[in-house]
Design a protein around this ligand. Structure first.
Ligand SMILES: N[C@@H](CCC(=O)N[C@@H](CS)C(=O)NCC(=O)O)C(=O)O
Length: 285
């Protein structure tokens, strides 16, 4: 692992690393926030929140725009932000559009050529990256997951497909039912091919019925989100939850759009939600 950058932040450190990702067969960068508690004494490991970003993002957007570090430092919570796709693998068409290929890995394991050897963001996020982080950094295996848009959906499927792995899950404006929206249909057709049975294995709304763990879902959605009508469909997810009594809280936030201004406005609520599940003491107000 190569350290690219360190910034002091709220008594802790923001860092960027580069490493060779065997799962993706390429070099990847990720960002991490280490709270002061993790640096205070050797051997101390802190719980961690994995954050999955949306289309066009890399590992930097959340760290620079969400404003999560102050509360994470108080809570003693590490935050890891992976990139949103493999990089530099030079596949034809990879950079042609913002919603497929680079910056748009959709947190699935591709089965179609030429994507299959590299576009395995699900395995990278669920397995390889946590193993690396837990072995090399002062971070424990106690983890939660959250994300935005494509990454909000990624967080939901990572949790739903891995009962017991995450203590809690939340999402901002997730692409809640990808098999029924243009972003999801384009990505799934490209990465998974024409068999819709395969697509269904990667759709949070369709995974709810058979989920092996009823981990509560916390979802924030802005009412002025420019993608709400065409792409996001949180109501479909809520209906699926209600039909099997899967606990879900969907908060429609009046006037908020799809941007990081929206995320920054509510990130503290999500950090408190995850901190509670991870057994961290909440700071005194
Ligand atoms: N580029 C797309 C929108 C992409 C977009 O909104 N991406 C969201 C995630 S889905 C984002 O977080 N963008 C980066 C940022 O705001 O920092 C468009 O203009 O239609």
């Amino acid at each position: 692992m190569e350290l690219l950058l360190t910034n002091a932040s709220f008594g802790g450190e923001h860092r960027r690393y580069r490493h060779t990702a065997a799962t993706l067969e390429c070099q990847m960068e990720f960002s991490i926030f280490l709270p002061p508690q993790s640096l205070a004494e050797p051997g101390r490991k802190v719980p961690v929140l994995y954050w999955l970003s949306g289309l066009t993002c890399n590992d930097e957007n959340f760290m620079q725009k969400a404003g999560a570090q102050k509360l994470a430092a108080e809570l003693g919570l590490a935050i890891v932000c992976p990139d949103t796709s493999p990089r530099g693998v030079n596949l034809p068409g990879e950079d042609d559009s913002y919603d497929f290929g680079s910056g748009a890995g959709f947190y699935v394991n591709a089965t179609e050529q030429p994507w299959a050897p590299h576009y395995r963001m699900y395995d990278y996020v669920v397995k390889e990256l946590p193993q690396l982080v837990e072995s090399e950094l002062p971070v424990s295996a106690e983890k939660s997951i959250s994300g935005h848009s494509m990454g909000g959906h990624g967080a939901l499927i990572c949790a739903l497909k891995n009962p017991g792995l995450y203590r809690s899950v939340s999402a901002f404006a997730p692409v809640a039912h990808p098999v029924e929206c243009p972003w999801g249909q384009k990505a799934f057709a490209g990465y998974l091919g024409g068999n819709q049975e395969q697509w269904n294995q990667w759709d949070a709304t369709l995974l709810i019925a058979d989920a092996q763990e009823r981990l509560p879902l916390l979802i924030d959605q802005g009412t002025a989100d420019q993608f709400l009508a065409e792409q996001l469909n949180p109501q479909a997810l809520v209906r699926a939850c209600h039909s099997v009594n899967h606990p879900v809280t969907l908060r429609m936030q009046s006037g908020y759009d799809h941007s990081y201004f929206f995320i920054a406005s509510f990130i503290d609520d999500h950090l408190h939600h995850h901190a509670e599940a991870l057994g961290l003491a909440q700071p005194q107000l």
